[in-house]
Write a protein that binds this ligand. Structure first.
Ligand code: DGT
Ligand code: CA
Length: 362
């Protein structure tokens, strides 16, 4: 059966979040730093905006090198605010979950959904649907993302990657070869520099050359599992289903209209979130033992408070009352204002582990 998979990847995610909350930095190089704490500048670049990338400043680079490359240019260096990125990621994933029952989160800023049935296998409707999702994310979190639509997870992901930022790329089954074949082999997922140079020894440089190569040769060189993967993916074949894994926790989080410590204002938001979360637990037939609140403070630190029960719960009252109780106690002890408030449930009666999109050991 033919499928339609939609892959979403947020553009320069951490850096874009910082731009969204501080638009003055938009015209500068924005470098998000993961400081190791050993010395003042030790650590690596987590990501950068596209202006910094023009100066070759990218993920993984030592912060010192980035500073050298951006010397005498207009640039800002920001220490990564992981809690903020995670909470925004959670909100976006919740938006995307509404677009299909079959949803798989692949990383903090990537996810895919199977929309075959929903779109009645029509690529035109799928494109409109993808644009609608992009629009909703822009409206709710003021962030752009790139969307790829294709007949499987591999093509959808490569399509999203091929046109960034804010791109929508649709590869129909008829166009798969035209899309894949001219690209270099390292554009296929799972092909790193080592595999690339091994393939170069056989004069295999493009995906077409890989597709035209002998399957047996690839199996001899790379082993059964990876050899078959290489040959199949060069032909655009990927039968991996979108794995709708039950999450080990689900939550709802929202940014307050303004930073606040006022119990009535925050309570109101929490009541709405609790109702939303309850609806989701009903839909997914989830029972839980733990209710937590997360508060992202004005200085972006995160505080969590939880309460666990002896037996599994599944009522609206438990979520609403427990979260209110946790909030009240928290506000009494906390002098700072809150920026975002969230509620989550965890400790489900059944959970499954996370797996990655491509889990080869290479
Ligand atoms: P993109 O997708 O090319 O527009 O740019 P990003 O920044 O969204 O890159 P992506 O999708 O590879 O990674 C998503 C986020 O994950 C990114 O914003 C920061 C984080 N990240 C990626 N690579 C690294 C890394 O090497 N170190 C650290 N600490 N974080 C990373
Ligand atoms: Ca990204």
């Amino acid at each position: 059966m033919q499928r339609i998979i939609l892959h979403l990847d947020l553009d320069y995610f951490y850096a874009q979040v910082e731009e969204a909350r501080n638009p003055e930095i938009k015209n500068k190089s924005v470098v998000i730093c993961q400081y190791s704490g050993r010395s003042e500048d030790s650590g690596a670049v987590a990501t950068t905006n596209y202006i910094a990338r023009k100066f070759n400043v990218k993920s993984g680079l030592p912060i010192k090198t980035a500073k050298n490359l951006l010397q005498n240019t207009d640039s800002v260096f920001i220490s990564a605010n992981h809690e903020l990125y995670e909470s925004i990621s959670e909100s976006i994933m919740n938006v995307m979950r509404k677009y299909s029952d079959t949803f798989e989160q692949l990383s903090i800023d990537e996810a895919c959904i199977d929309i075959s049935n929903k779109m009645n296998n029509d690529y035109q409707s799928a494109t409109v649907y993808g644009n609608k999702l992009q629009h909703e994310i822009k409206t709710s979190e003021n962030l752009t993302c790139s969307v790829g639509i294709g007949p499987n997870k591999l093509i959808a992901k490569m399509a999203a990657d091929s046109n960034k930022p804010n791109g929508t790329t649709v590869i129909t089954p008829e166009n798969v070869e035209d899309f894949l074949f001219p690209q270099a082999v390292n554009k296929l997922y799972g092909i790193g520099p080592k595999t690339q140079s091994k393939l170069a020894e056989y004069k295999i440089r493009t995906i077409k050359e890989l597709a035209d190569s002998k399957r047996e040769l690839l199996i001899d060189e790379f082993g059964q599992k990876f050899g078959v993967y290489l040959h199949d993916s060069a032909h655009g074949i990927d039968n991996e289903p979108v794995k709708d894994k039950p999450a080990d926790q689900i939550g709802r989080i929202v940014t307050l209209k303004e930073d606040s410590k006022d119990i009535d204002t925050i309570s109101k938001s929490l009541i709405d979130l609790s109702k939303d979360l309850f609806d989701q637990t009903q839909e997914k037939k989830i029972t839980f033992k733990t209710v937590s609140i997360s508060a992202i403070m004005e200085d972006l630190t995160i505080c969590q408070r939880s309460k666990s029960f002896e037996i599994f719960q599944n009522s609206n009252e438990i979520i609403a009352d427990t979260s209110q109780e946790l909030l009240k106690t928290f506000l009494l002890q906390e002098p700072r204002k809150l920026r975002r408030i969230g509620v989550r449930v965890s400790n489900f009666s059944q959970t499954k582990g996370q797996t990655n999109l491509f889990d080869f050991n290479i």
